[in-house]
Design a protein around this ligand. Structure first.
Ligand code: ADP
Ligand code: MG
Length: 352
């Protein structure tokens, strides 16, 4: 009789803890891609190649030319809360995408993960983990950087498998996240390739390294990702207020959309989906757009990491500004100003 049994408190083992964490960190293949590409960016990569098969369900492979992981550190990279990026003493001062040390152990708990890596001056090595079982480090062949290969995501958690959508939908979500990350990193070359069915695979997205100054490089990258029409209709934004810098491109009202599909917001280089920020964008265009139209923009807010908390959610797409009114005010006033000026220019051209 269960009700008469005294409940027993047990410590969960690492594999169980990692599976639980994976539920938060890895919702779907696109979230795995996000974690792996962010790791490559944190590693200082200049080229990042993403290969996926079957919407990322059977294979996600991210190859980078970054700093690499030393052979003796490979087991550490797979252990929970182990990170090279912070020392834990200052959670308010974070300059990297990662800091929780959760992504790799989580992925290794719910899929088959192989990390192959090489640091300059050493031999390459690899480590494999499947369903939380870590194997010994083995020698490997690799010229430089790191290759992380994730196969059969969620095979170890059948309940999760059922929540995945069609290959097409998952592939779309992967493409969307790679594009968002590529927008924020015009100095890094990205490719996304679908290798389903073997062979060389279809390149779904390619962006070479963009040179030039910040705005030239960003404009070129946005033209590639959002299309030439966006780039030709985009107003350059650059404003600073009390330690917050807002820059990027916002499209003319005539280039508005029927849905809020072309709104890309970044805080300290992180793609974010934040109600306060999208609300500010809507407010800025309020006088310029009819109610059923939505502005298109790619906007970046950069500030001292102490002015914004990115620690809100494991997937890290929400942020909390120390002074939300300041961020909102900066967006609303600088966009309104740019739109009004563009309007004046347009009407004076007509008048002439
Ligand atoms: P976090 O990114 O939060 O530190 P992860 O689990 O994603 O946690 O990664 C653990 C550690 O493994 C990182 O701190 C980093 O030292 C190392 N690492 C992961 N991916 C790469 C990579 N592509 N290149 C170099 N080092 C990496
Ligand atoms: Mg990480």
């Amino acid at each position: 009789n269960i009700s008469n049994d005294r409940p027993v408190i047990r410590q969960l083992d690492d594999a169980a803890i990692n599976r639980i964490a994976a539920g938060e960190v890895v919702e779907r293949p696109a979230s795995a891609v996000k974690e792996l590409v962010e790791n490559a960016i944190d590693a200082g990569a200049k080229r990042i190649a993403v290969e996926v098969a079957d919407g990322g369900k059977t294979l996600i492979r991210v190859t980078d030319d970054g700093c690499g992981i030393a052979a003796e550190d490979l087991p550490l990279a797979l252990s929970r809360h182990a990170t090279s990026k912070i020392d834990g003493s200052d959670l308010l001062n974070i300059h990297t995408f990662g800091f929780r040390g959760e992504a790799l152990p989580s992925l290794g708990a719910v899929g088959r993960l192989t990390i192959t890596s090489r640091v300059p001056g050493s031999e390459a090595a690899k480590i494999h983990v499947a369903g939380g079982k870590v194997e010994a480090v083995k020698p490997a062949a690799l010229r430089t950087g790191t290759v992380v290969e994730l196969r059969d995501l969620f095979y170890a958690t059948p309940a999760r498998l059922k929540f995945m959508r069609t290959d097409r939908a998952e592939a779309q979500a992967i493409s969307d996240i790679v594009k968002r990350l590529a927008m924020a990193e015009p100095a890094i070359a990205f490719t996304l390739r679908d290798v389903s069915g073997g062979g060389e695979g279809r390149v779904t997205f390619r962006a070479d390294r963009e040179n030039g100054d910040l705005f030239d490089a960003l404009h070129a990258r946005l033209a590639r990702i959002l299309g030439r029409e966006f780039a030709e209709n985009a107003l350059q934004i650059d404003a600073t207020r009390e330690g917050l810098r807002l820059y990027g491109y916002a499209a003319l009202p005539t280039y508005s959309r029927g849905a809020a599909v072309a709104q890309y917001l970044f805080v300290n280089g992180r793609p974010v989906r934040d109600k306060m920020l999208t609300g500010a964008l809507r407010a800025a265009y309020f006088d310029f757009l009819s109610r059923d139209r939505h502005p298109a923009a790619a906007l970046f807010i950069d500030c001292d990491p102490t002015l914004v908390d990115v620690n809100v959610h494991p997937a890290k797409s929400e942020v909390r500004f120390r002074d939300p009114g300041l961020a909102r005010g900066l967006i609303v006033s600088s966009l309104r100003h740019a739109l009004a000026e563009a309007g004046h220019r347009a009407s004076s051209t007509v008048a002439n």
